[in-house]
Each structure stands twice: as C-alpha cells, then as structure tokens.
Design a protein around this ligand. Structure first.
Ligand SMILES: Nc1ncnc2c1ncn2[C@@H]1O[C@H](COP(=O)(O)OP(=O)(O)OP(=O)(O)O)[C@@H](O)[C@H]1O
Length: 260
C-alpha cells in the first residue's frame, strides 16, 4: 500500500521552476531517498509535502486524502513530521524537554490543566516522560537527558532532532540531510538507527541525503532530481548504474569523495 502519492507536483518561484511535474509514490513502511545535486529542488519538495510551500500545481495524497492547502501544523496533525537541514533544537532546554515539546502536539492535556496540576494532566505528563525516556534510550541519548541540548555533540544533536520528530508519533518522517556534518562513526550509527526505526516506531521514512554510502545502504527506493525534474527512480542498483544519474550527480559525488 502507498502511504504517499504525489502527482505532477510543480513549484514556481517567479520565473524559476524549483519542482517541475514530479510524480512519485512511497510504500508504507519503506525507506525512500530523494537525491540530486545542490539546488535540484529536494528541500522545496519536502516543503510542499509539509505545507510550508503550497504547490503551484499538482496533488499530494497522504493515505489517499489530499493534504494540499493544509498549513504545516495541520499536516503535522495528519501524521507527517520532519527534521531540517540546519539543526533546530531548543538549545537552552534539556534533552528530555526537547522531546517533551515534540510530544505536546498530540497530548490532550491543555496548558490550563498543566497550570492547575490536574490529575489527568499529571498522569499524561508522567506517561509522556516515560515515553520520552524510551525514545532517548533508543537513540543512546539517555545519559544526557538533563543536559542542555546545545551541549551535545553535533552527531547527538542530529539524533535528538530525529527523536523529537518521532515524539509526535508520525506515520511519515521526512529527514533533510540527517548525516550532514557527521563523522564516519556517527554516520554508521545513524545508518543503523534509521534502518531499525521503521519497524520499531511503525514509521515510513523519506530522506534527502548527499552521503551516497548511507543512501545506497538503507533505501528501498531512490528518486533522483536534477534542475527541478525527476530524472530517474529505482532501487539502489538501478540508480547506481543509470547513465543519466551518473552524468548529473553520482559522477560529481564520486569526485567530491576523492577530494576528501
Ligand atoms: N523561497 C524561495 N524563493 C525563491 N527561490 C527558491 C526558494 N526556495 C528555493 N528556491 C530555489 O529553488 C531551487 C531549488 O532549491 P532547493 O533548496 O529545493 O534545492 P535542494 O535540492 O534542496 O538543494 P541543496 O542540496 O543545496 O539543499 C534553487 O534554485 C533555489 O534557489
């Protein structure tokens, strides 16, 4: 079954077409990667799915229902969560508080309940803390729960962002360059965490990533964008050997790797 179906999605910024007529489907429970050179339109694509930008044309169906026209908070309530290319944590808050903030989007207890310390709200809050702890344990972040988020290493901050995004119990999780800035050891650990996450949290993952080793290792399906257009899609073997993809992206990515 497809959890997400996108058809003829187009986004124009004045004279610039950032996404042109993109169609794709994402199978429930799968890991899909969106790859392509800088400026290919990958983040714009995520921004349309999450309601940050409205498409100029096209349709986005989540579990068969259109989400076009919804605002980001409404899209989040439908079950889509995301992380960003630049880390967006509350640096002055503790690690567990960052996860609890993520959870409040779906807790029933309101602010008045918290203020009055009502029994139901208290129960919900302590259940949330247990769940937040479980999430942090999953990401090996439990030793840091009471530390400021800004004091974590870069790799741990990236993992905390994913934990916070999962705290909303999304059906679909969009990760924008989760391995950016990570060292090889952190990237290996992240690869393994993302791989197990789908089953553990019953979540479908779409990720934008430039680390081709990670992409080829964990993706069931890969969509390649170039100049706003989908130039290829398929499994890792098909993408690796696709001449169009090598020409537009993989050849350059390999050269970049050689330079390092
Ligand atoms: N809000 C905006 N207004 C005008 N142009 C934009 C806007 N957002 C993106 N663009 C343009 O759309 C094109 C696609 O950008 P986008 O950020 O989606 O690419 P990308 O594939 O995510 O790139 P990168 O890998 O560098 O993050 C670029 O030419 C960019 O300058």
């Amino acid at each position: 079954m497809n959890i997400l179906e996108v058809s003829n999605l187009t986004k124009k910024f004045g004279g610039l077409t950032a996404n042109s007529n993109i169609s794709m489907a994402v199978k429930q429970g799968s890991i899909t990667a969106v790859i392509g050179p800088n400026g290919a339109g990958k983040t714009t694509f995520f921004n349309m799915i999450t309601g940050v930008y409205q498409p100029t044309e096209g349709e986005i169906l989540l579990e068969g229902k259109s989400i076009v026209g919804l605002k980001p908070d409404q899209v989040a309530k439908r079950g889509i969560s995301r992380t960003f290319q630049n880390i967006r944590l509350f640096g002055e808050m503790t690690v567990i508080e960052n996860v609890l903030v993520g959870m409040h989007t779906h807790l029933r207890g309101n602010l008045l309940g918290i203020f009055l310390n009502l029994p139901n709200t208290r129960k919900e809050e302590s259940e949330a803390e247990v769940e937040a702890y479980r999430l942090l344990e999953y990401f090996n972040l439990e030793p840091f729960i009471n530390e400021k988020a800004s004091s974590l290493s870069y790799g741990n901050q990236r993992k905390l962002e994913i934990a916070r995004a999962l705290a909303t119990k999304p059906k679909l999780l969009l990760l924008d360059e989760p391995a950016a800035g990570m060292n090889p050891r952190e990237t290996r650990e992240l690869t393994e965490v993302i791989q197990r996450m789908g089953k553990e949290f019953n979540v479908t993952v779409i990720l934008i990533e430039h680390d081709m080793k990670l992409v080829m290792e964990i993706s069931e399906h890969i969509v390649v964008l170039d100049h706003g257009e989908k130039i290829a899609e398929g499994n890792p073997d098909e993408i690796r050997s696709n001449p169009k993809v090598i020409e537009a992206y993989l050849g350059k990515a390999a050269l970049e790797l050689e330079k390092r």
